[in-house]
Design a protein. Structure first.
Length: 330
C-alpha cells in the first residue's frame, strides 16, 4: 500500500499549480520560456500524479472512480458484496488474475459467487451442476483423477474464506451431482457400477520412481513432444516467476500448483495412469506460461517479448508441418 505522505504531497502540488496557473498562462501566451523555467517545478500540472484517493496507489488508477482497481472505494465494496471492506478487497484481488479451466478452476469460479449477497447462494444450482459435471468428467476419464475432488474443495475454501460453510455445502452438492452423472454412465445399474468401482484403481502411486533419473528424462521428453516451443517458454516463465514478485499472484500460482501436483502424481503412477496425469498437467502449464508472458508483455521489454513469442509460434508451426509431412511417408 502506498504511503499517505504521497497523497499529501499530491495535494501540495495541486495547490501550487492553482497558485501559479494564471502566471503560467500569461507567460506561455507571451512565450516567455525563460520565466517559466524560473517558476517552481511543482507549478507545472504535469507534476500532479493520479493516485487512488484511499491508498495513494498510482498503478491501476480508474479515472471515473478516482481510485485504483485493487483498492475499490468502500461504498462500492459494501454495496457489491454486503461484507466488510477487507473482505471485498480480497475478492477483487483474486478477480484480477483469474483464468478458469477444468474442475479446479470451475471451483474457483463458483467460489466467487459466494461474495455476492447471501441470498444468491440459494441460486447456485447451475454452477453446482457445472462443477459436478467437471468432477464427473475428470474422474470418469481416469479413476485416479479423483484427486481433483479435494483440490476443488481447497480452491473453494481459499477463494471464499468468509463463506467456508457455504463453500463446503456447494462442494458436497457438486460431488453428489458428479456421483449421479458417473452412475448414469453405467445406466443406473447398481451391480455394474459396484463391480467397476471395486476393480477401479484409484491410487497406484509408487514413490520409488523418484529415485530413477530416467523417469525425469521421460517426463521432460513427453512435455517437449507436446509442444517444442513450450519447452523453451516454460524455463523462461519459471525464472520470471521466481525472480519477479509481480508474477506471483493467484492467477499464475494456481495453475502452476495444479500442474506440479499432476506432474508428481504422473511420475508416481506407472504405465497409463501416469500418462493421464502428465497429459492433464500440460493445459495448466500452458496457462501458467501464458500468464507470465502476459505480465512480461506489460513491461518496457514488450517488443522483445512479443517478438520472442511470435518466433516460437512460427517455429512450432513449422515443426508441426514437418512432422505431418513425415506421417505421410510412413
Amino acid at each position: 500500500m502506498a504511503k499517505k505522505a504521497w497523497l499529501e504531497r499530491n495535494k501540495r502540488k495541486t495547490e501550487t499549480v492553482k497558485k501559479f496557473a494564471a502566471i503560467r498562462a500569461e507567460m506561455k501566451a507571451k512565450r516567455d520560456y525563460a520565466g517559466l523555467a524560473k517558476l517552481p517545478r511543482d507549478a507545472s500540472p504535469t507534476r500532479i500524479v493520479n493516485r487512488c484517493a484511499f491508498t495513494g496507489r498510482r498503478r491501476g488508477y480508474l479515472e471515473g472512480l478516482k481510485t485504483a482497481n485493487l483498492e475499490p472505494a468502500e461504498d462500492l465494496v459494501v454495496a457489491a458484496t454486503g461484507y466488510t471492506v477487507e473482505e471485498g478487497i480480497r475478492c477483487c484481488r483474486e478477480l484480477l488474475g483469474r483464468r478458469n479451466r477444468g474442475a479446479g478452476f470451475t471451483a474457483i469460479a463458483v467460489a466467487h459467487t459466494l461474495y455476492a449477497p447471501r441470498e444468491v447462494v440459494l441460486w447456485n444450482g447451475r454452477r453446482i451442476v457445472l462443477l459436478g459435471t467437471s468432477l464427473a468428467i475428470a474422474t470418469g476419464a481416469q479413476f485416479s483423477m479423483v484427486v481433483v475432488v479435494p483440490v476443488a474443495l481447497v480452491f473453494l475454501l481459499y477463494v471464499a474464506p468468509v463463506r467456508r460453510q457455504a463453500g463446503v455445502v456447494i462442494w458436497l452438492a457438486a460431488s453428489g451431482v458428479g456421483f449421479v452423472l458417473l452412475f448414469a454412465a453405467y445406466f443406473f445399474h447398481p451391480h455394474a457400477f459396484a463391480e467397476s468401482m471395486r476393480h477401479a484403481a484409484f491410487w497406484g502411486a509408487t514413490w520409488r520412481a523418484f529415485a530413477i533419473p530416467g523417469v525425469y528424462r521421460q517426463v521432460a521428453a513427453q512435455l517437449g513432444r507436446s509442444c517444442p516451443a513450450f519447452a523453451l517458454a516454460l524455463p523462461v516463465a519459471l525464472v520470471a516467476y521466481a525472480l519477479w514478485p509481480r508474477t506471483r499472484y493467484f492467477g499464475n500460482t494456481a495453475p502452476l500448483s495444479v500442474a506440479l501436483l499432476f506432474l508428481v502424481l504422473g511420475m508416481a503412477h506407472p504405465h497409463l495412469g501416469g500418462s493421464g496425469f502428465l497429459l492433464a498437467a500440460v493445459p495448466f502449464l500452458f496457462l501458467f506460461v501464458a500468464g507470465v508472458l502476459a505480465d512480461l508483455m506489460e513491461t518496457r521489454f514488450r517488443s522483445v517479448v512479443t517478438a520472442g513469442i511470435l518466433g516460437l509460434l512460427a517455429a512450432n508451426t513449422l515443426w508441426s508441418l514437418i512432422a505431418l509431412g513425415r506421417v505421410g511417408q510412413g
